[in-house]
Design a protein around this ligand. Structure first.
Ligand code: SF4
Length: 487
């Protein structure tokens, strides 16, 4: 893999990291986002606001939307890489050795859900400070200590203490037009902004990367800060806001306050959010209010329609709960966009085919991005799945390449089908095929793997096309070579 940089980007005469304690120029901090679902990252903009308020010279670099500009990193006293998801961490594994080489004296830091859980690996790559949870005070404290010339001891710290959020500073991130756009059912595209009204989650689903860090806690961003952030993004052209909260209804009163204020000030601006099936079932009365305030769709992590798998994942819902939530949402006029983990050690070929049949029966084919049909269960370090003794005994040792504990299905045909579906989904997306067209290829492959005849899909109802962001990538998908080499 080549190390690519912007041509002619090396600045002359920059102050090196060893000079900071005596230099008059402000201490430089670089915040780097490898990838975050095509969203303009709140997780860079919020710490940037904290650091700039304290007088630091901050650069935000989003590698998902451009290559590394060396002018913006040379001379930095601290580089902090945001590891909010698996794909970002895989990309960082390629990035960090290069950063270490070109910035030998610069303090390297990693923060976000995946930083504390990958300590050993990150230390080998030169990262000294690791922060998880509500990281802004730690990032600020580290920068202040570096600025004052203190020797920094290695640290790995998770904090979920409430912090005082300020308006995120997005001014040097790529423009919103560069990020994932809203695509309406009729094909119209709109610029989307990205906000967070809370972080963490009060639930403990076993496979979820939020849990090892937040352990059942969540923290809200005050409505006035969320609105201020939305306001600046609407001014920058956003006509839709995608809320990145792990679960929008962890604090329903707070969530409703946010969207009602949003709608009162910007009635023409729509939004989407993510809500757990359990919350949709328990609070169906919220759905009409979400619809009235401009909610275009709700992403919901169904993961499986198989009760045994849902038990293993400790999802807190059943297949019937999902069907009930779907009915409530449809009655309220808000489409659900379910996500799945179709490939697990507990799902055989029959179970996979049953999931595809379930999507047909529920008229959901058009509501599910094809990549969702290919997701394979990830078991990262620190996962609560490792507490399942019987399951842990079947896993391989932590694999540095994939950042997880490998597993093989008892039926090798399942693993082969997973690889095939992954290829079908990515090539179908690249060809611009519709979701039903890609689904049909997956349908054929799954039935072929099972043996016997392939039931015809002629006349099948694939359900309505629903609005979506045009970057259908999800946290547990494997990064592409293009993403890995994009910096
Ligand atoms: S509800 Fe969602 S965010 Fe919360 S623990 Fe479960 S999977 Fe994670």
């Amino acid at each position: 893999m080549d190390w690519k940089v912007e041509a002619g980007s090396l600045a002359q005469g920059v102050v090196g990291p060893d000079d900071w304690s005596s230099a008059s120029a402000p201490f430089r901090v670089v915040l780097v986002n490898p990838y975050e679902l095509g969203r303009q990252p709140f997780a860079l903009a919020e710490p940037a606001a904290w650091l700039r308020r304290a007088g630091f010279d901050v650069s935000c670099i989003d590698l998902s939307r451009g290559r590394l500009d060396l002018d913006r990193v040379m001379g930095a006293g601290m580089v902090a890489v945001f590891l909010g998801m698996h794909t970002a961490t895989r990309i960082a594994m390629e990035l960090l050795p290069r950063l270490r080489k070109i910035l030998p004296g610069t303090h390297l830091c990693a923060y976000g859900l995946y930083a504390p859980l990958n300590e050993a690996l990150l230390r080998e790559l030169g990262v000294v400070s690791l922060f998880g949870g509500e990281c802004e005070p730690d990032l600020l404290g580290l920068a202040e200590n570096l600025r004052s010339g203190e020797v920094i001891q290695p640290v790995n710290r998770i904090s979920t203490e409430a912090i005082e959020f300020v308006r995120p500073d997005r001014h040097d991130l790529p423009p919103l037009e560069a990020y994932a756009k809203l695509r309406l059912a009729d094909g119209e595209e709109r610029v989307s902004g990205f906000a967070e009204a809370s972080r963490g989650c009060k639930h403990l689903c076993r496979h979820c990367p939020v849990v090892p860090v937040y352990r059942g806690r969540f923290r809200i961003v005050p409505p006035e800060v969320v609105l201020d952030d939305v306001r600046q993004q609407v001014t920058a052209g956003a006509r839709h806001i995608s809320f990145g909260d792990p679960d929008f209804l962890n604090g329903p009163t707070h969530a409703l306050r946010v969207v009602e204020a949003l709608h009162a000030e910007f009635p023409e601006v729509s939004y989407d959010c993510t809500i757990k099936v359990e919350h949709l079932v328990r609070r169906p009365e919220v759905l009409p209010r979400l619809k009235e305030t401009g909610c275009l769709w709700i992403t919901t992590a169904v993961e499986s329609l198989d009760e045994a798998v849902l038990d293993y994942l400790d999802k807190g819902h059943t297949g019937d709960d999902f069907i009930s939530a779907l009915a409530s949402a449809r009655e309220a006029g808000v489409p659900l966009a379910p996500t799945f983990v179709p490939f697990t050690p507990w799902t055989g070929l029959e179970g996979y085919v049953a999931l595809l049949q379930g999507l047909l029966d529920l008229d959901l084919v058009n509501s599910v991005p094809p990549v969702q049909l290919s997701i394979r269960l990830l078991v990262p370090g620190g996962s609560l799945l490792l507490e399942l003794d019987d399951f842990r005994a079947t896993l391989g040792p932590f694999d540095r390449a994939t950042l997880g504990h490998p597993w093989q299905h008892a039926d090798p045909r399942v693993d082969a089908l997973q690889r095939q579906v992954s290829e079908i989904a990515s090539s179908g997306e690249a060809e611009g095929l519709s979701r039903p067209a890609i689904f049909a290829r997956v349908w054929n492959a799954a039935h072929a793997a099972l043996g016997g005849t392939v039931p015809a899909l002629d006349g099948a109802d694939f359900g309505p096309v629903i609005p979506a962001l045009d970057e259908p990538w999800y946290c547990c998908a494997e990064p592409t070579e293009q993403q890995l080499g994009s910096f």
